[in-house]
Ligand binder design. Structure first.
Ligand code: PEP
Length: 258
């Protein structure tokens, strides 16, 4: 079975200007060391306006943190006011792009169909998608968690190749746990991540299922990360609020020492 190196990703959402971003990245680089990067991949996902500054500081100081984006359009260029293309992100040395975050689904009308188009475009541009899925509280209470995750994973990954899926990242993010302080229990987080891996196995085979990295996201903090990461099917974390401070994010990256 291939070794799945954990990936801890910081989703900064709409926080930090480019000067604050430079400072945070530099402080993070002082807080983390080679043993951390050897054990765990780290990505940060600042707002678009910070990507060039972030790329410059990461490059100049040879910081082994991967640059990520929070979203993109699926077209390469065109009349799409306000949007950014995968080619533009790739040119900035972006490695990971989040697609289908619940905030984009809920606030900006993103659908499974256009998440799927986005994934194909991100892959075609040579970057790694982090596809988010997860149920709302209403869906959980109506016993629809499994159906919701299954639909999102099946539709989001439709038409991708086995090796593409095997190399990507899928984040299980129960919507009720995002930004609320209500983390899923390790058992519930494990169940969601295992279901995602099962869907990948059913649709793309055992090799893709063994290598796809499945993150958990939803109020991950230094105090709960170690127990979450100890679960069989959890290969990393997508971290919102706690990624905005050096101390909490670096302690999450160092979950193995908690
Ligand atoms: C997120 O933005 O994907 C997220 C999980 O946020 P938080 O960690 O703040 O719940």
């Amino acid at each position: 079975m291939p070794e799945r190196k954990p990936l801890i990703s910081g989703n900064w959402k709409m926080h930090m200007n480019h000067l604050e971003a430079i400072q945070l990245i530099q402080k993070l680089s002082y807080a983390l060391d080679h043993a951390d990067y050897a054990a765990t991949d780290v990505s940060i996902h600042p707002p678009f306006t910070n990507l060039r500054s972030a790329q410059t500081v990461i490059d100049a100081d040879s910081i082994p943190i991967a640059l990520g984006a929070q979203h993109c359009h699926w077209e390469e260029s065109g009349a799409f006011t306000g949007e950014v293309s995968p080619a533009m992100l790739a040119k900035l040395a972006v490695s990971y792009v989040i697609a289908g975050h619940s905030e984009r689904r809920q606030l900006f009308g993103e659908t499974d169909e256009n998440v799927n188009r986005r994934l194909k475009a991100i892959l075609a541009a040579g970057m790694i998608p982090i596809m988010c899925c997860g149920e709302t509280l209403d869906e959980r209470e109506a016993d629809q968690t499994e159906t919701r995750i299954t639909t999102q994973v099946d539709a989001g990954l439709a038409g991708l190749k086995r090796d593409q899926v095997g190399a990507m990242v899928i984040a299980y993010e129960p919507v009720w746990a995002i930004g609320t302080g209500h983390t899923a229990t390790p058992a519930d987080a494990q169940a969601g991540c295992a279901l995602i891996r099962d869907r990948v196995r059913a649709n793309f085979g055992a090799d893709a299922a063994a290598s796809v990295r499945v993150q958990y996201g939803g109020s991950v903090k230094p105090v709960n990360v170690a127990e979450l990461m100890a679960q069989t099917d959890i290969d990393g974390a997508l971290v919102g609020g706690a990624s905005l401070e050096v101390d909490s994010f670096s302690r999450i990256v160092r979950f193995r020492l908690q």
